[in-house]
Design a protein around this ligand. Sequence first.
Ligand SMILES: CC(C)(COP(=O)(O)OP(=O)(O)OC[C@H]1O[C@@H](n2cnc3c(N)ncnc32)[C@H](O[C@H]2O[C@H](COP(=O)(O)OP(=O)(O)OP(=O)(O)O)[C@@H](O)[C@H]2O)[C@@H]1O)[C@@H](O)C(=O)NCCC(=O)NCCS
Ligand SMILES: Nc1ncnc2[nH]cnc12
Length: 300
Amino acid sequence: MIVISTGPPARARRSKLSAALLADMAVRALREEAQLSPKPGLVDRRGGGAHDDMDLPLLLASAEALRPTFWSIADVAGRMAVGVELREELGRLGRVGEATMLRITRGVNTHRGALWTLGLLVAAAADADDEREAARHAARLATLPDRHVPPGVVSHGERARQRYGVRGARSEAEAAFPHVVEVALPRLRRARTAGLAEEVARLDTLLEVMSLLDDTCVLHRGGLEGLRIVRSGAERVLAEGGAGTDSGHATLIELDERLQARRLSPGGSADLLSAALFLDMVPWPEHVARAERKVLACKR
Ligand SMILES: CC(C)(COP(=O)(O)OP(=O)(O)OC[C@H]1O[C@@H](n2cnc3c(N)ncnc32)[C@H](O[C@H]2O[C@H](COP(=O)(O)OP(=O)(O)OP(=O)(O)O)[C@@H](O)[C@H]2O)[C@@H]1O)[C@@H](O)C(=O)NCCC(=O)NCCS
Ligand SMILES: Nc1ncnc2[nH]cnc12
């Protein structure tokens, strides 16, 4: 069914990626982020980090509970043109997803930020040739108004933005996810090219994002001093050679202890790492075409 929208006319879906596959990749990205260890201040295989209300089984259950939401998002985005109607439908689905998450976690906010970021990217992936195009489409969706946002309590992110004048999850999306596309993905790929083990490459990617992001999750719990500790601490681990060196690893463990002692959790950076893992997993038409051109050139 083609739905008439107030945006540009509906186009046939270019992507051959099914809603089930997109949802599966989004859930896998969340699971892989959660399992990555040792992450400073965050939930991982070792425990709850700076959280006394979360652990790995809870994050994995929360990720799985979001599968139907990601499926519905991919499905609707594959059928509707980018426009206010699609934005409002995504808002509705996102709010249903948040309610499902809170039911499964008994009220703990495990993945609100990740659902926002991955939800927009899943929607955008339905009609993008590569990750940059997906981020631009997602930005366009994030910028569109949603008339059905319920008047509600002021979020932690909103309070941090008002108090410290920083940008948060919404601005990151509206700017086409610079910390995902310009920071995380290049770092992840450079680390792989340098031969680092996948877990080390991912940890160094997380640290790079942590060293730069205005994470409203950190600001909410620790103010500007908390943000300074997180950013400079992550920078120090990277300066010591990263998570894969003895000295970098020791500095990472010290940082983790410091963040746990102060209840500082870089949850926004964790969300953006999952977004990078998702974009890295998608078999983009442009990447497939490039690989095919390479094979053909080798045969000649
Ligand atoms: C636009 C929304 C994301 C709402 O944003 P807002 O900033 O107003 O709301 P928050 O509830 O604060 O959520 C933002 C979460 O985004 C993550 N984040 C933080 N900084 C950044 C950043 N610079 N860039 C990107 N992402 C960022 C972060 O998520 C993680 O932290 C969560 C835990 O946070 P918190 O609730 O504060 O938890 P605790 O500290 O543990 O609380 P206490 O124990 O102290 O009580 C966790 O979820 C991580 O994922 C921020 O928290 C968006 O949600 C929205 O508008 N949704 C409506 C639906 C919609 O339109 N959807 C469309 C697409 S599906
Ligand atoms: N690993 C993690 N720990 C704490 N909060 C998170 N939000 C998303 N991933 C998280």
